[in-house]
Write a protein that binds this ligand. Structure first.
Ligand code: SAH
Ligand code: SF4
Length: 389
């Protein structure tokens, strides 16, 4: 599986880093096939190849994704000789954790390594009534939003489904969440808001999320999963139809001139096309009560005026929506400052008065650079890592 370059066609003025042409590293480990990341059908095929009965696939699936088992000898409904045979041919792998950091506010960030030495970050945000895992979809990002630290990272490749679902499984290992608890989960929600643009790696993201949503597996429902996109318009409709997860859209500016500057993908799919895709995202339609979240990073003197707020209201008119204002999180060398609290409040008041829920996102895990847009997995990052377990 290679990085899909077909939708990465550069357009005028849009600088897109070329993804590394590498094959996915973790499908086979020391000659043994990794069962994590295979769809149910692929798992069935793999088992048939070694002479196991078809019905074993359902049992093994549950061991892997419901119980979190990594050891074939723990699979108590499978006879010993078959356990042995499975162990000869397969592994149930996890990504390697190279750093495990916890912030003063309880936010936890893992740096995980893949066999090709690429790394991504995964963040867990505990709250009173839920726990959210922020999952990465790519190493780095081919896009270059001017306020985003990930966008400055040079090395870019897509993650495989195994590497994406592997982040969730690794977090559940660390949070001691196996077997899947029915209530009171520490990992109850997933946001595809880590490193990368998930809709530029749709195939693998979709495969991984189907495993996460599977009721006999990790069993996190589509309503507890949110995918954030900078606006890959042609893939949005497919994502709504096939996955139906909640959608968050990184809007950040209300006119094409500014948005093209700070979110360069806008040169390819401008605001009007993006809004059209938002209106048609949920196949259930407007009556379902499902909303689009518009994310709006507050950049001092750039996009935070009253006029911007009023234009935002005009743009999203008629779309069931919530507007998430994100105070800009600084990173070393960032060219922006965050808007003042008063400015953020004034902006929020205007949008709120128009009938939209307008939460201001509280930055979490700032001391370990785990907040939105601060993720970057190269060695420069070591300076920011203060607390280490
Ligand atoms: N690539 C996807 C998802 C990852 S980014 C996207 O862009 O939507 C998750 C959110 O954090 C996006 O809304 C992104 O624009 C925002 N973000 C990026 N850098 C930020 C920063 N420095 N401060 C605050 N939010 C930031
Ligand atoms: Fe990529 Fe999202 Fe960062 Fe833009 S904001 S560079 S799309 S990760």
């Amino acid at each position: 599986m290679q990085v899909d370059q077909t939708i990465h066609t550069p357009v005028h003025g849009l600088v897109i880093k070329q993804p590394e042409k590498r094959t996915m590293p973790s499908a086979v480990i020391d000659g043994q096939k990794n069962l994590v990341g295979l769809s149910r059908e692929e798992l069935m095929d793999a088992l048939q190849e070694i002479g196991a009965e078809k019905f074993r696939a359902k049992q093994i699936w549950q061991w892997i994704y419901h119980h979190g088992t990594t050891d074939f000898t723990a699979m108590s409904n499978i006879a010993k000789p078959m356990q042995q045979k499975l162990a000869e041919h397969f592994v149930i792998a996890r990504p390697t954790i190279s750093k495990d950091m916890i912030s003063f506010d309880g936010t936890r960030k893992w740096l995980i390594d893949f066999p090709d030495k690429n790394r991504v970050e995964v963040v867990h945000i505990p709250e009173e009534d839920r726990g959210t895992l922020c999952v990465s979809s790519q190493v780095g990002c081919t896009l270059t939003c001017t306020f985003c630290h990930t966008g400055t990272q040079k090395l870019v490749r897509n993650l495989s489904a195994a590497e994406i679902v592997g982040q969730v499984m690794m977090a559940r290992d660390c949070l001691d969440e196996w077997p899947t608890p029915k209530e009171g989960r520490r990992l109850s929600n997933i946001v595809m808001m880590g490193m990368g643009e998930p809709l530029y790696n749709y195939e693998q993201v979709a495969k991984a999320l189907k495993m996460v949503m599977d009721p006999e597996g990790i069993a996190i429902s589509k309503r507890k999963i949110t995918l954030s996109t900078s606006g890959v318009v042609p893939v949005m409709e497919q994502c709504g139809r096939e996955l139906g997860v909640n959608l968050a859209v990184s809007l950040h500016a209300v006119n094409n001139e500014l948005r093209s500057e700070i979110v360069p993908i806008n040169r390819k799919w401008p605001i009007e096309e993006l809004m059209h895709a938002c209106r048609h995202y949920y196949p259930e339609g407007g009556s379902s009560g499902r909303r689009i979240t518009f994310e709006y990073v507050m950049l001092k003197g750039v996009n935070d005026s009253d006029a911007d707020a009023r234009e935002l209201v005009r743009l999203i008119k008629g779309i069931p929506a919530k507007v998430n204002l994100i105070p800009f999180n600084a990173w070393p060398g960032a060219p922006y400052e965050c808007s003042s609290n008063n400015r953020i409040r004034a902006f929020s008041d205007i949008v709120h008065a128009a009938g939209y829920v307008t939460p201001v996102r509280t930055p979490r895990g700032q001391d370990i650079l785990a907040a939105c847009g601060q993720l970057k997995s190269d060695s420069e990052r070591k300076k920011g890592e203060k607390v280490q377990l």
